[in-house]
Design a protein around this ligand. Structure first.
Ligand SMILES: C[S@@+](CC[C@H](N)C(=O)[O-])C[C@H]1O[C@@H](n2cnc3c(N)ncnc32)[C@H](O)[C@@H]1O
Length: 220
């Protein structure tokens, strides 16, 4: 399991990259991701807290986990302006600093592309969720078009280096199913911030719940 996550250049640039994406449509994605979410929520790899202002008032507590100090400091600042109570915590997706079965919802927002261990991240999401809890996800993913997917795989090594460990061609929808979640809703689309398809255009937004298999494992 990784103990630290260090990509200082990416941490410096990410808020600007995000501001560009938000100015070209990703604000709507973030609102869609969080619509109707309620109760105690754990956001994994919260970055600079770009989602915080979109949490609806029915959220009683948001625990935002972020390993990178620079992004965490920005998240602390964003927490002050959030419409819901936010607690920013240091931690890793693969070992969330949160008790078993305490969350009504877990949010994964542009994070499955980057975490070193996707299966461990999803296992942790399942662990901290209440049995009737939900997981919301917003991720860029491998393209359903074979040619575009080939391009993604080709660019992946360079992209990872420049993008703070971000993988271009991960099949996050498959990983969510493989982890034992049942996907209740998913919207697959191309995000083209400047009108053209780019390597990270293919995206998914949706909602999943722990399947019976996960719940039985937790009870055993
Ligand atoms: C592309 S940014 C997304 C940030 C934010 N979730 C958003 O929607 O803007 C990827 C985030 O994943 C975080 N991250 C990378 N590895 C991680 C890990 N092992 N555990 C938790 N977060 C991690 C990074 O620090 C960064 O904040």
């Amino acid at each position: 399991m990784p103990r630290t996550v260090s990509h200082p250049l990416f941490a410096r640039l990410y808020p600007r990259i995000n501001a560009f994406a938000e100015a070209h449509g990703s604000l709507d994605h973030r609102r869609e991701l969080l619509e109707g979410i309620r109760g105690r929520v754990v956001e994994v790899g919260a970055g600079a807290g770009a989602n915080f202002r979109h949490y609806p008032e029915h959220v009683e507590q948001l625990i935002a986990v972020e390993p990178k100090p620079r992004l965490r400091a920005l998240a602390e600042r964003a927490a002050g302006d959030a419409p819901v109570p936010v607690e920013v915590q240091t931690g890793l997706a693969e070992a969330l600093p949160v008790a078993d079965g305490c969350a009504d919802a877990v949010v994964l927002s542009l994070v499955l592309c980057t975490v070193p261990d996707v299966a461990a991240t999803l296992a942790e999401a399942a662990r901290v969720l209440k049995p009737n809890g939900e997981m919301r996800f917003y991720e860029h993913t491998v393209s359903p078009r074979p040619r575009h997917a080939r391009l993604q795989r080709m660019l992946d090594p360079v992209w990872r280096r420049l993008g703070g460990g971000c993988h271009l061609a991960r099949d996050s929808e498959r990983a969510i199913l493989d982890a034992g979640f049942a996907i209740e809703r998913v919207r697959r689309f191309d995000f083209r911030p400047n009108g053209r398809r780019n390597p990270s255009s293919p995206m998914i937004i949706g909602e999943a719940r722990p399947s019976r298999a996960i719940l039985e494992r937790a009870e055993a």
